[in-house]
Design a protein around this ligand. Structure first.
Ligand code: NAI
Ligand code: MG
Length: 496
């Protein structure tokens, strides 16, 4: 079958992609020949193998990207942009295929999450592909005899390390601006979700010159660390945990290369007494990301509800979550799929137990799937905690599961202080009809993204990134391309 023909049988596709890396335009096994299993979280069964890349494979991929760099960087920016837009068009023809494969390997439901992610993916390439001619410099009024100007230049080989929760979108937000700016790229996928991103790389390599976009799989210390340490990598862009972000940043610091980090969150949602209750409940459903099993760095995981409407809000929210169907991610009826891995399942279950030990009341929602084929799947019934304070560990630490704390409040100043009392600062929302309160919240909340009466997800054209331990630098938007994937060269021509 030609690589570009859509294949909507995810089991077959997983087999076809097994044991391979993509280096210099070709699908190849790891040098060591080693592989590791890729598991379907909904059944616990293996769906294929991923190549277990190591430092030697990193060396091959970086060498290919380095060799491809001069020609790619020298191509007129609009031409590069057109190729990146062409990648978007190819990917748009594979939405169903990519959606089904990502559902199979990550356990995210096809209808509510996986198909949505696959379709947004193409849009990111089309958006950035259009920005080629925005790589503009400035002229500087320095001296009449001297023509003084700045120009944007690519950095070189960009290393991108991505997580498993939204691998397609989070990868696209890194590689689309990196490529349009004239960099070449080596991506290291997450252990839990290596196959769909490999398929994306394969499809894009039917459009891009060889070596421009390479894909590695392997574990963090064995494959991710050597990528960060490689002397020919000029920049690292990373999304994942705070703990690993610190390791990556430390390692990049010893080589003095720039780093973009998109890390965790514990995002507050503030519901005021005058809020439109139905709208706020809809916002909580979107914000809590229970359709993604809560596996989102932006998840609204602390909901501060005004005391006067707390019980009504809880009842309405619980009814909605109870109505969500847990089950086979590939089934169109399913709202909530499975947790990515046994390690995450254990972590999330541990936090639910901890919340009860801390004095919280766990309102356990929805129902486990009954299909015997799913008996060994990694299921967690969604939990709404009440009767906890913002000091509880479950209200302070990132759980990355379908668990949200509802916390009562009465005084506006106090709720803003509680919302800000967190090591994180990724996103925040406030729900009110009172303009004064809304404006005050936008000014006082410490977060990279503050929304009033809505809970939109990341958009390609809006700057995105956190403050405090949520990260460093911004992704998405023109700004991300200019500030994080180019450097500004100053040029002076003395014609005196
Ligand atoms: P992680 O941060 O360890 O993994 C993310 C990526 O980093 C993966 O590709 C991994 O292979 C790579 N990596 C791991 N160690 C590395 C090293 N020493 N050098 C270079 N690369 C390395 O995250 P993990 O273990 O999958 O999840 C743990 C927790 O992290 C989650 O429970 C959640 O709280 C948080 N997380 C946050 C994400 C976000 O979107 N901000 C995404 C995934 C996880
Ligand atoms: Mg880890």
């Amino acid at each position: 079958m030609p690589a570009t023909a859509p294949n909507t049988d995810p089991f077959q596709l997983a087999t076809d992609l097994s044991g391979l890396l993509l280096i210099d335009g070709a699908l190849v096994p790891a040098t060591s020949g080693k592989t590791f299993e890729v598991i379907n979280p909904a059944t616990g069964g293996a769906i294929g193998q991923a190549a277990d890349g190591d430092a030697e494979d990193v060396g091959r991929a970086v060498a290919a990207a380095r060799a491809a760099f001069p020609a790619w960087a020298a191509m007129p920016a609009r031409e590069r942009g057109k190729l990146v837009q062409e990648c978007g068009r190819v990917l748009a023809g594979h939405v169903e295929e990519l959606g089904r494969l990502i559902a199979l390997e990550t356990g995210k439901a096809l209808r509510t999450e996986s198909r949505v992610e696959a379709s947004v993916l193409a849009d990111v390439f089309v958006f950035y592909g259009g920005l080629g001619s925005e790589l503009k410099g400035e002229t500087v009024p320095f001296n009449p005899q001297m023509m003084t100007l700045t120009q944007r230049e690519p950095l070189g080989v960009v290393g991108a390390i991505i997580p498993w929760n939204v691998p397609l979108l989070l990868m696209a937000l890194k590689i689309a601006p990196a490529l349009v700016a004239g960099n070449t790229v080596v991506v290291k996928s997450a252990e839990e979700a290596p196959l769909t991103v490999l398929r994306v790389c394969q499809l894009m390599n039917t459009v891009l010159p060889k070596g421009v976009f390479n894909m590695l799989s392997g574990d963090g210390p064995g494959c991710g660390a050597p990528l960060v340490e490689h002397p020919d990598v000029a920049k690292i862009t990373f999304t994942g945990s705070v703990e690993t972000g610190r390791i990556v940043y430390t390692s990049a610091a010893t080589r003095l290369i720039p780093v973009t980090l998109e890390l965790g969150g514990k995002s507050p949602m503030i519901v005021c007494a005058d809020a439109d209750l139905e709208r706020a409940v809809n916002g909580a459903i979107a914000g809590m990301r229970f359709t993604r099993q809560g596996q989102s760095c932006t998840a609204a995981s602390r909901i501060f509800v005004h005391d006067s409407i707390h019980d009504a809000f809880l009842a309405a929210l619980k009814a909605r979550v109870d109505g969500m169907v847990m089950g086979d991610p590939l089934d169109e009826r399913t709202d909530i799929g499975a947790i990515i891995s046994p390690a995450q399942h254990e972590k999330v279950s541990g936090y639910i137990k901890l919340g009860e030990e801390e004095g919280g009341t766990a309102h356990v929602c929805s129902a486990l799937p009954t299909d015997p084929d799913l008996a060994r799947g990694l299921w967690v019934r969604p939990v709404l905690f009440t009767d906890l304070t913002n000091q509880a560990r479950v209200a302070r630490e990132e759980i990355f599961g379908p668990v949200t704390c509802l916390i009562r409040w009465t005084e506006f100043d106090d709720v803003i202080a509680q919302a800000n009392d967190s090591e994180y600062g990724l996103a925040a929302t406030i729900w009110t009809r009172d303009l004064k309160m809304a404006l005050a919240a936008t000014q006082r909340l410490q977060a990279g993204l503050v929304q009033v009466n809505q809970n939109l997800v990341v958009q390609p054209n809006l700057s995105y990134g956190g403050v405090k331990t949520s990260g460093l630098g911004k992704e998405a938007s023109l700004e991300a391309m200019l500030e994080h994937f180019t450097h500004k060269k100053t040029i002076i021509l003395n014609m005196g």
